[in-house]
Design a binder for this molecule. Structure first.
Ligand code: TXE
Length: 480
């Protein structure tokens, strides 16, 4: 059985306690590798390594930091197939998604920040003939980066890349549910020639290893992506320590479809925005509101397409719906489908667990599910399900659509379908969201601010926002 290792001080090493966690393959429900059950001792070793590396890494030239990040980006690209297979096996997502989205985006994340750092500048303020103010932007020190299981290498790298580019050292923890590609990234960092201790990866449970990172006094900054409740817990730990925090949390995203939309484009994209990655993307549009004149047309067309989506073996190139990430998550999502029916919802498509043949018979498969007949305030429409489950409902006025869209505790992403330009801008401007896609979904420009409002998080990732987060500004004022 393969044993993954931590990456500390440039070395792959076992956890101090020599304890291990079973790592399950979602497609088969079987243990296929072991990951370090690390604890605060491993985190202490990682922090020590980062402290040793920081003095030289923080003054390494931007050109050299950029070169190393570009090298890592190239190595990810060169190992795309191996990484895609590993990601699909570890997460349960279709290999086509890992191949076309997850791994290419991880490579792009490193490439983007390798070049962004060369353009990152700061400002000066001239006080007429009195003084000059200039702003230094200095690396914070050791950045703690904690990431979730839904887009493992994609989101892991989305934090690490800007942190390293800005001259910080990093202690990072991937989700214990999907550790594999973070481990493979360690090997690529060694191959790329990263100085020891610049990046350290410690595997293990969130409440143990993640908590140790969050509460470590020598880690002044935490970048976290994950569930809202975990984000709240991290904030409670970090706040009294006055740590800098970036929290990318959950979502319950509205998809507003007006009668004048480009129907064919909308329906094709809505299937994707509802069920990509088995609905395990916090940007998915899980609450679909359709203007009444086209509601029945939409319902019939959408349900007909969804019924044809059959979960299958994630390793097959033709599979578009893979396995959910874990048994526990599958059970959680199924419990929400049961709740929806208790709240008066009707299952129009899906709703059932799927048992595949042979070695896949114990995998975590669930039919993509469409629910109707639920009011906007019920739990099903208020709480994040984070699986292949959407609700649909009609609306009559633009004001009603906007009210529905905004009436959850979340505010991450939103989708609007209309050919009416002024309505598109008017509606977008009223939505409580960090991101609004109009007549598209998941079109991503890495320069743009990424994140949400309300319980979807605090702060923004992406572009120069991330480089500002991972640096501390200091204003220096010189009298002339
Ligand atoms: O989260 P968890 P999950 C959200 C998504 C969903 C959730 C799925 O909407 O709600 O994240 O990810 C570690 N101290 N987003 O279930 O449990 C844990 O080990 C420190 C939003 O994995 O919060 C894992 O590494 N760390 C996002 C990480 O936190 C702790 C995009 C996340 O775990 C910890 C992706 C603790 N006490 C998912 N407990 C967006 N907005 O972009 C757990 N962890």
């Amino acid at each position: 059985m393969e044993k993954l290792q931590n990456y500390i001080a440039g070395q792959l090493m076992d956890p101090v306690g020599q304890d291990w966690i079973d790592n399950y393959q979602p497609a088969t429900g079987k243990v296929y590798s072991l990951i370090p059950d690390s604890d605060e001792r491993d985190v202490a070793l990682a922090v020590e390594a980062a402290q040793k590396a920081f003095p030289s890494w923080s003054v390494t030239s931007v050109g050299e930091r950029s070169r190393l990040l570009l090298r890592l980006s190239q190595l990810i690209e060169q190992n795309l197939e191996r990484l895609a297979q590993a990601e699909s096996k570890d997460n349960g997502k279709p290999v086509s998604l890992a191949r076309n989205v997850d791994i290419p985006r991880a490579s792009s994340n490193f490439h983007f920040y390798a070049t962004a750092i060369e353009q990152f500048a700061s400002e000066a303020h001239i006080m007429e003939d009195k003084a000059i103010n200039y702003t230094l932007r200095k690396p914070v020190g050791i950045a703690g980066c904690i990431s979730p299981w839904n887009l493992p290498l994609y989101l892991f790298s989305w934090k690490i890349a800007p942190a390293l580019a800005a001259g910080n050292c990093v202690v990072a923890k991937p989700s214990e549910i999907t550790p594999m590609t973070a481990f493979l990234l360690s090997e690529l960092c060694i191959e790329a020639g990263f100085p020891p201790g610049v990046l350290n990866i410690v595997h293990g449970y969130g409440p143990k290893v993640g908590q140790a990172i969050v509460e470590h006094p020598e880690i002044p900054l935490i970048s976290f992506t994950g569930g809202t409740s975990t984000g709240e817990h991290i904030a409670r730990t970090a706040a009294p320590m006055f740590k800098k925090l970036s929290l990318e949390l959950g979502g319950k995203n509205p998809n507003l479809i007006f009668a004048d939309c480009d129907f064919d484009k909308m329906i094709a994209t809505t299937v994707r925005s509802s069920f990509a990655n088995q609905g395990q993307i916090c940007l998915c549009g899980s609450r679909i509101y359709v203007e009444r004149p086209i509601y029945e047309k939409f319902k019939n067309a959408f349900v007909e397409k969804v019924k044809r989506m059959v979960p299958g073996d994630p390793s097959l190139a033709t599979t578009r719906q893979g396995a959910l990430v874990s048994k526990a998550h599958l059970e959680k999502v199924i419990s929400y489908i049961q709740l929806a029916q208790e709240e008066g919802g009707t299952v129009l498509a899906g709703g059932q667990q799927v048992t595949l043949e042979g070695p896949l018979s114990e995998g975590y498969y669930l039919q993509p599910t469409v629910l109707e007949g639920l009011g906007p305030h019920c739990r099903t429409n208020q709480e994040e399900i984070f699986g292949p489950v959407v609700t649909i409902a009609p609306f009559d006025t633009e004001e009603e659509a906007v009210t529905h869209a905004n009436n959850t505790p979340y505010g991450l992403a939103s989708i609007v379908w209309t050919e009416n330009l002024s309505r598109a801008h008017r509606v977008a401007n009223q939505l409580h969201a960090g991101i609004t896609w109009i007549n598209c979904w998941l079109l991503r420009d890495l320069r743009t601010p990424f994140g949400g409002v309300k319980q979807s998080g605090v702060g923004r990732e992406g572009g120069f926002e991330a480089l500002q987060f991972f640096t501390e500004p200091q204003n220096v004022c010189i009298q002339l």
